[in-house]
Ligand binder design. Structure first.
Ligand code: GLA
Length: 695
């Protein structure tokens, strides 16, 4: 019996090999090897979408006593009920893992990034690690959907409290939370939404943080207009494109305060776009936000402190204004230090995502007196090698760079590169054990849309890879171990490829160094260009790279979030192939097929059809090597044990990062467990531009 099963498995395997081999010709392909079983994962309790929150007026509201005493009664703040919307967002107690909470304490984050400033909608980074997520609120919200059954769901309401589709499905009317206010007390209205759309998304000179909020991300020809102060109306070319509700979540539709930003925007001022982008530098404090905490203090390379937003528009069922935590800190350190501090208890939170730190962190977390809990999730952290496919000018390439672009666009070249990567060795160089898996690229094996049978894997075959380079006319003419461009191309010099890398992560650097070594064996000279995160992103978004090592974003880990980034469906949606300003995209035939599948996926309401479209997509992607997969592995959430309301099994990454998925505004610390970490106890944000908080 066993024997029989084995034979049929071999037959099945060789059958799939030969089918793929026919199509791929020189290279033999197969499905990727079965990944090792995962380390124990946290168990998620799945819930219905509407069990998480609702919008309604409650009989009474309350806030921390010190706020009522020192601020409201002293006339420094309007009465709470006037600060809250008519119908606040109410988190239902039934969905809270530990129930309604109490006020106080701090969450101490540690990050490796650094703030560029507070103009999020003009693409300024605040240093990542969820700091921008704490400040920004978006029309819809998706991060908590990890606990909702994937089949029949859609994004949660947020700044858009509800929406209705027209009968023909081309119009979507969104109702904004009425009476919600920015943290300085100015009303949030449709004008903020329209300013964001017209002067950030549509304005080609402005790219909001995350790099994905281009107009095409909401569908070609989509328009948005104000109906009244609390109503906006979308018009789409397609009928019922519900997929765009995901694009309206983080990071693509989180409006900024128009009352602050509009006067600085070039359309309404004498400013240049650069001046607009930099109008609110990191030193500028108390920038108005819709999020639960407001930045009140900043010391370079040291710390950013955020205090509770007195106008926050979310409450619990008892009517307690959220957040429960009075303060959030961001220590400015390194990403590796985030893991170290979280397990040691001097920090409170980490997405354990760098395999180099897995073993030490696991050991410490297993000790009985460990201050933090650590739980692994699915294999959703993945890395790809991106090759720049633009041959018509994105990033204004010089002669060598242009020659590399032409190679990048050649399937046989990509096949040679992928076959020269020993993925087992790549994974083991990060961490030994059951963590990393062989990842050919494409959708993460941890998503519900993943299908191993539709995944084409080019096994390690250095000889075939070398033979292919030779066939392409890439030969080592000067005997230095590296192949040269053919005579007449880029001066016949060595094929030198510059690899863009984020120098803030050990993992990115190890992967890049591993690639340099493996490519040297193939005869390709790869040179690392390691930049800090902000510079790296700037180089990436402007197309100034030959190759790039990149940690996957949500389109590959969730499929439904950032879906338009799965293929070049527009001039600026792909991560490795964008059009230069004012030019068409020089799309490759297989990319066109991928883009068509993605558009059909976006337009389809039929789950079976969507699953099938993603199988076809995965096959095209991995067979044609749209990007070259490097490795994938699970991440673990590390969080201090004193926090309550952390949903069990929260993945560090799926629709968004865990900082969003745990819903920090409803996280609390029991009175007896509260630490004395607050730097500005009993203080609130000051007026925009004030140097610090107010007492
Ligand atoms: C960085 C970190 C992630 C996560 C995100 C949040 O990218 O590496 O773990 O914290 O920031 O934006």
């Amino acid at each position: 019996m066993l024997h029989h099963r084995k034979i049929s498995r071999i037959v099945a395997l060789s059958l799939s090999v030969s089918i793929f081999a026919l199509q791929a010709q020189a290279f033999e392909t197969s499905t990727p090897p079965e990944p090792p079983p995962l380390p124990a994962q946290g168990k998620i309790t799945y819930v219905a979408r509407d069990s998480i929150l609702e919008f309604k007026a409650l009989p009474s509201y309350s806030e921390p006593d010190w706020m009522a005493d020192k601020f409201e009664k002293a006339g420094k703040l309007p009465p709470l009920k006037d600060r809250l919307p008519e119908e606040p967002l109410v988190y239902k107690t039934g969905n809270m893992p530990d129930g309604v909470g109490v006020y106080g304490d701090t969450m101490r984050h540690v990050i490796g990034g650094r703030p560029e400033g507070w103009n999020y909608i003009a693409g300024q980074s605040q240093g990542w690690g969820g700091i921008d997520i704490a400040l920004s609120e978006c029309l819809t919200r998706t991060a908590p959907l990890f606990q909702v059954d994937a089949k029949d769901t859609e994004p949660l309401p947020n700044l858009a409290k509800s929406w209705d589709w027209s009968t023909d499905g081309h119009k979507l009317t969104m109702h904004l939370v009425k009476g919600a206010k920015w943290s300085d007390g100015v009303p949030f209205t449709a004008d903020d939404v329209i300013f964001y759309w017209e002067d950030a998304v549509i304005d080609p000179n402005v790219s909001p943080l995350g790099g994905g909020a281009s107009p095409e991300a909401f569908g070609e020809g989509t328009t948005l207009r104000k109906v009244d102060d609390y109503t906006v109306e979308w018009t789409f070319k397609a009928a019922f494109p519900k997929q765009y509700l995901y694009t309206m979540a983080y990071p693509n539709f989180c409006p900024g305060p128009a009352h602050m930003l509009k006067p600085k925007h070039p359309k309404y001022s004498k400013n240049t776009y650069e001046q607009f982008r930099n109008a609110f530098p990191p030193e500028y404090m108390n920038m108005p936000v819709m999020g639960a905490w407001v930045p009140v203090a900043y010391r370079p390379d040291d710390i950013i402190v955020l205090r509770r937003n007195p106008y926050y528009w979310k409450v619990d069922e008892k009517g307690q204004q959220l957040p429960y935590l009075d303060e959030i800190q961001y220590k400015l350190s390194t990403w590796a230090d985030r893991d170290v501090q979280a397990v040691a208890g001097s920090g409170d939170f980490s997405n354990l995502e760098q395999p180099e730190n897995f073993v030490a962190s696991l050991k410490r977390a297993a000790e009985p007196n460990a201050p933090a809990r650590l739980a692994f999730g699915p294999r959703l952290i993945g890395y790809n090698l991106l090759m720049n496919f633009s041959a018509n000018g994105w990033g204004t390439p010089d002669e060598r760079e242009q020659a590399v672009r032409e190679l990048n666009r050649n399937l046989e070249f990509r096949q040679a590169v992928t076959s020269a990567i020993d993925r087992k060795a790549v994974g083991d160089s990060l961490v030994k054990g059951p963590f990393t898996a062989i990842y050919p690229g494409g959708l993460s094996s941890g998503t519900s849309f993943y299908d191993r049978q539709s995944t084409v894997y080019y096994p390690y075959d250095l000889e075939a890879a070398k033979a292919t380079l030779k066939k392409l006319g890439l030969v080592d003419t000067d005997n230095d171990g590296f192949v040269n461009f053919p005579k007449g191309t880029a001066g016949g010099k060595d094929v030198e490829i510059v690899l863009l890398v984020n120098n803030g992560y050990a993992t990115d650097k190890s992967l890049a160094e591993g690639l340099v070594g493996q490519m040297a064996k193939l005869g390709l000279r790869v040179v690392i260009n390691a930049l800090d995160s902000n510079q790296r992103d700037a180089a990436h978004y402007s197309g100034r790279f030959d190759w790039a090592v990149r940690r996957n974003s949500t389109e590959l880990s969730s499929v439904v979030q950032n879906t338009e980034q799965l293929a070049p469906v527009g001039p600026r949606t792909s991560w490795n192939h964008r059009a230069p300003e004012g030019k068409e995209l020089d799309i490759l035939p297989f990319e066109q097929q991928m883009a068509d599948l993605v558009k059909r996926f976006i337009a389809s309401q039929d789950n079976a059809e969507r699953a099938d479209l993603m199988k076809q997509y995965q096959k095209l992607y991995t067979q044609n090597l749209y990007t070259v997969g490097l490795t994938e592995y699970p991440g673990a959430l590390i969080i201090n044990k004193r926090f309550s309301n952390i949903p069990p099994g929260t993945p560090i990454y799926m629709f968004n990062w865990a900082e969003d998925a745990i819903m920090r505004e409803r996280v609390w610390v029991a009175a007896g467990k509260q630490g004395k970490y607050e730097l500005f106890p009993q203080q609130l944000p000051g007026k925009p531009g004030d140097p610090g908080p107010t007492k």
